[in-house]
Design a protein around this ligand. Structure first.
Ligand code: PFF
Length: 453
């Protein structure tokens, strides 16, 4: 048997095409949609930011997602192995950049996910319904001040991520995704409906969808671009890694489009659910990273069966974070298993522990380390998030786009996409976007930010 065939069989595949799409959607939909999208939209003035974000998804995000899936399935490798086998030399650094970015993002992702686990626990104990709506936001402040609680929940979450990744591709990763994603979607639709018909609904819709272009400065453009990549899990090889487990018959363009559509709908629904509460209670849209934790529980505290809804919502949020967390860890683990020949349990446990340790300063960033600020007055957690989403991911995305558009030959790309009798009529459009538009847009935003443009 040729060695590439052996490699394919050893690495495992998704058990079905639906499983691949759901796992990729599971990676994409996470804290980025429900925690981060609403709060950075609030910080960057709403409408214009949202529209620019949607443009980034369409002309940068979807093309890069397809590019990553093509690279992954064609090579059947982790990001480092993929670039090494396709071209090698300096291009291998792109894979390395992905592994490092995965490491960095997961470190603070676990802390924020830990907040969601804490809120699940509060919901189960009926904490929200036993108080007045006005005092609910204080619960978040209390949590941030408690280093120990944050470390504890961070550890609980990380242990769960490690446990699932230990199970391997189709058993661990895939099974976990299929049931909860649709339920999350339904509950968000319900909460968004609730928001639209509340007193702050019209103001929220105006804030989200009527653009004031004067609010869109280079920094908000960079944030929108970084957020599009973060939300779609792009720029670090997560979709490349997931694509490497996809079977030959999978229609990759349809998968990339479906995943991006689901991801964007979830982010917009989260915004439509959260901003009406902000306006109803006269809160600040630019309230920062605590937005989702301060707003939605206020609604739960007043709703009939509020505890039940709160528990369900935070359970699903934790679940969404888990399915993204496992994809972050999987990128790093697949590198150590494939390239360094570590066993899966060794790689998962060791890397998981290291990532947990790297996350400790993030967990302490509002307590013990609160007086230390890093990038632009941000605390440790916000700085490392800023660095990863706005520099590492766009840089990774730019290099992946350039590689797919300029280095990978049309023959290879097209025949990979059209395997299994798939016809991709939009190939020229995709190729144009990934070769010219995506790299140029990312480069312009970068140059603008550092004042060179
Ligand atoms: N897309 C995830 C979210 O929106 O929460 C975060 C993420 C997962 C980013 C995997 C990058 C990644 F590779």
């Amino acid at each position: 048997m040729p060695s590439s065939e052996q490699n394919k069989q050893k690495r495992g595949l998704w058990s079905s095409r639906f499983g691949f799409v759901m796992a990729s959607a599971g990676s994409a939909v996470g804290l980025g949609n429900i925690w981060k999208f609403p709060y950075i939209t609030g910080m960057h003035g709403g409408g214009a930011f949202v529209l620019f974000y949607i443009c980034c998804i369409l002309i940068v995000g979807i093309p890069i997602m397809l590019g990553e899936m093509v690279l992954g399935r064609h090579t059947r490798k982790n990001p480092v192995g993929a670039f090494k086998s396709l071209k090698g030399g300096p291009w291998t650094v792109v894979g390395w950049l992905g592994v490092i970015t995965g490491f960095v993002i997961l470190s603070y992702y676990c802390v924020v996910a830990g907040w969601a686990v804490d809120y699940l626990w509060l919901a189960l104990r009926g904490t929200f319904t036993s108080q007045h709506a006005a005092t609910v936001p204080e619960l978040f402040t209390e949590l941030l001040l408690s280093d120990l609680s944050q470390l504890f929940w961070q550890a609980v979450f990380m242990a769960a991520v490690i446990g699932i990744v230990l199970g391997g591709v189709s058993k661990g990763l895939e099974r976990a995704n299929k049931v909860m994603m649709p339920i999350l979607f339904l509950i968000l639709v319900f909460l968004a409906g609730y928001g639209v018909f509340s007193p702050g609904g019209p103001a929220a819709l105006r804030f989200l969808f009527s653009p004031d272009w004067s609010k869109l400065d280079p920094l908000s453009m960079l944030e929108a671009l970084g957020q599009a990549l973060f939300s779609l899990s792009l720029g670090m090889g997560a979709m490349l890694t997931y694509g490497s487990y996809a079977d030959e018959k999978t229609n990759l363009p349809t998968a990339a489009f479906t995943v991006s559509l689901m991801d964007s709908c979830v982010a917009l629904l989260a915004g439509i659910a959260i901003f009406p509460i902000v306006f109803t209670y006269g809160m600040q849209p630019a309230g920062g990273p605590g937005l989702v934790f301060k707003t939605l529980p206020m609604v739960f505290s007043q709703m009939p069966a509020g505890s039940l809804f709160a528990a369900l919502f935070f359970l699903l949020l934790v679940f969404a974070a888990l399915t993204s967390g496992i994809s972050l860890l999987e990128v790093v683990v697949s590198y150590y298993c494939d390239e360094q020949k570590w066993s899966r349990p060794k790689a998962t446990l060791l890397i998981g522990l290291l990532i947990f340790l790297l996350g400790v300063p993030s967990a302490l960033s509002n307590g013990l380390l609160k007086d230390i600020s890093f990038i632009g007055n941000r605390n440790f957690l916000d700085s490392i998030d800023f660095l990863a989403s706005n520099y590492l991911l766009p840089l990774g995305g730019l290099l992946i786009a350039v590689f797919t558009g300029w280095v990978l030959t049309t023959r290879v790309a097209r025949s990979e996409i059209e395997k299994g009798a798939v016809r991709f009529h939009f190939y020229p459009v995709w190729h144009f976007l990934i070769k010219y538009i995506a790299p140029v847009l990312v480069a312009i935003v970068f140059l603008h930010l550092i004042g060179l443009f």
